[in-house]
Write a protein that binds this ligand. Structure first.
Ligand code: AMP
Length: 207
């Protein structure tokens, strides 16, 4: 199963991806997580990407395409994978079609107002990237691994607005791109994690 999760920032792609990958034993490939790991390791690519990420802008296509191409060539991707946060532009999607064959693209649909509310309350584990709503999990440690919970630098109010603008301008055209090629499926991402996951599982059971 070669899958893509598409949707605005904060739609819950990462949380759903973790559940799907555990259920189907496929790797969760998040370009955001890979870029943040590169920043933490202070690689030259990470340091160059940091400015874009902190401002809520996209990292250049050629950089992310190369990261994904290399990652998909690894052994654990042979029986499938889930891409979370890639592709984010038409150019990325076209390149991906040159080196991968996708079975399904799942659009996790959430309106802007809910996204702004969710992201401004979001806290993320520095170690395993699990996310929490701060109003529900007020302690400072991750329930999964005990890691420190922080507010991502790009989860500030102004940056959230820019990320949403970038999504509408550059990423949302992918909905038509994948719909036209018969690969798109949409789930309502506004419900609870459990309800969204059961909708996602239903969709996946059909392929
Ligand atoms: P995410 O964790 O998916 O929300 O990604 C965080 C940030 O990483 C984005 O706001 C972008 O700056 C960068 N990023 C992640 N994936 C991509 C991508 N496919 N193309 C360009 N930039 C990306």
């Amino acid at each position: 199963m070669n899958l893509v999760f598409l949707g605005p920032p904060g739609a819950g792609k990462g949380s759903q991806a973790a559940l799907v990958c555990e259920k189907y034993s496929i790797p969760h490939i998040s370009t955001g997580n890979m870029l943040r790991a590169a920043i933490a390791q202070k690689t030259s690519m990470g340091l160059a990407a940091k400015k874009n990420i902190d401002a809520g802008n996209l990292v250049p296509d050629d950089v992310v395409i190369e990261i994904v191409k290399q990652r998909l060539a690894e052994d654990d991707c042979k029986n499938g994978y889930l891409l979370d946060g890639f592709p984010r532009t038409i150019a990325q999607a076209q390149k991906l079609d040159e080196f991968a064959t996708l079975d399904l693209v799942i659009l996790v649909d959430v309106d802007d107002k809910s996204i702004i509310k969710r992201l401004s309350r979001r806290r993320t584990c520095v170690d395993c990237s699990s996310t929490y709503d701060i109003s529900k999990v007020p302690e400072d440690a991750c329930h999964s691994c005990g890691g420190r919970l922080v507010r991502r630098t790009d989860d500030s109010k102004e940056t959230i607005k820019n990320r949403l603008n970038v999504y509408h301008e550059l990423t949302s055209p992918l909905v038509t791109y994948y719909k036209d090629s018969g690969r798109l499926c949409k789930v309502d991402g506004k419900a609870t994690i459990e309800v969204v996951f059961s909708a996602v599982s239903e969709v996946l059971d059909t392929i």
